[in-house]
Design a protein. Structure first.
Length: 94
């Protein structure tokens, strides 16, 4: 079984992100100390970070074409627009 630290490093490597992009995340080498008040807070922050960076990657790959991106993600365009709005994703990320 992987520790949170090992899992985070694996995810970080897979989606090529850096720790600065994870807002509110006080990352420490000690896997028992994450700077969050609860497991749920940690989990939700991690999921949001992964979802945000994944959307950015897929949008870049599709040159910010929402129709192509929604087809690739097998997601309704309305749901994709909601996520883009939720995360404040702008076209200038290229």
């Amino acid at each position: 079984m992987m520790t949170f630290y090992e899992l985070f490093i694996k995810i970080q490597t897979a989606i090529k992100i850096n720790l600065d992009s994870f807002q509110g995340f006080e990352f420490k080498q000690d896997p028992d100390r994450y700077g969050f008040n609860s497991y749920i807070e940690f989990k939700n922050s991690l999921i949001n970070m992964i979802e945000y960076h994944y959307l950015i990657c897929v949008l870049k790959r599709n040159k910010h074409n929402v129709s192509k991106t929604s087809r690739e993600l097998v997601m309704d365009k309305r749901n994709l627009f909601r996520l883009i709005k939720r995360y404040g994703i702008k076209r200038e990320f290229d």
